[in-house]
Design a binder for this molecule. Sequence first.
Ligand code: 3IO
Length: 334
Amino acid sequence: MKKLMTVIVWTMTTTALLVSAALAGTTLTYANFPPAQTFPCVQMEHWKAEVEKRTEGKISVQTFPGSTLLGPKNMLRGVQTGQADIGCISLPYYPGVFPAMSAVNLPVAFTSTEVASLTMWDLFTKYQPSEFDDVKVLTMFTSAPSQVMSKIAIKQLSDLKGVELRASGSILKILGGLDAQGVGMPMSQTPEALQKGVVKGLVSSFDVLKDMNFAETCRFETITNLPVYPFAIIMNKARWETLPTDVKKVLDDMGREQAQWTGHYLDNYTNEALAWGKQKYQVEVFTLTDAEHDEIKTKSAGLVESWKTAAAKAGLDAETILADMLAMKAKHEA
Ligand code: 3IO
């Protein structure tokens, strides 16, 4: 009798759990590599809230910031194999994997994150490059133009000589051309490298002065306006295919809007973070002369050529993609 009761209670409980799970709809896991307060995670929480609202609870999103589910380097593979449903990748962490969209990381003088993010999204939707064929792309965006944040003062371009700076992608090559010592690693490993003295600073956007508290150790900031880092939000393709049509439409409709929202957010936030650093840590900001900016441009010109060569090798019409990207950039800047 007691045994029968146990079975009945167990069955009822299990049924109740299954029913509530079905009513609650689908939960999607979303992995991110940097800490929760950084902009890739801020945009993730914004996206989660919008998706849950617009699908009226059909979709719940469970977010995993700070490499708690997948890290910077296993993110792509982890989403492809379904360890996470959704993930955030910084494209420069995967050299050679994204020959088309890495164009956004070239020194083409983006001055606005909103413009760069919209340009990236429009370029992606127009060309649908095969490099993303095995995932579903939900949105794309970029970091803000990259600046030098360092423990030692870089007052002029020549002060970069021999200085170890953390970066990734095309910025590493630009640093090489300027006789600095670029050290490639993801953002999430940078605090330890700075602390151990492996690097004397980093090249990224000013949001991290506040969000990673780099203003505390990197008291000197130099406005260099180096390239933006392109990001993509990708979803496991098989998982995408299981979603109902109306949910797919909600997510598709959010792609461009999310790119713009993130760019706009970061444009404002980088100013706020720099002001915060000045106030809290009295960080000093140095600017370069026009001649020095010209020197950066001249010394980085070869990068565009090597991108074209690599893109052509990957079977892409490099000239057309680049010209189109510059036209989109100009259109969004107007
Ligand atoms: C970045 C990456 C992670 C968190 C905050 C961030 N702000 C700017 C970036 C770009 C960058 O340096 C990178 O490595 O993707």
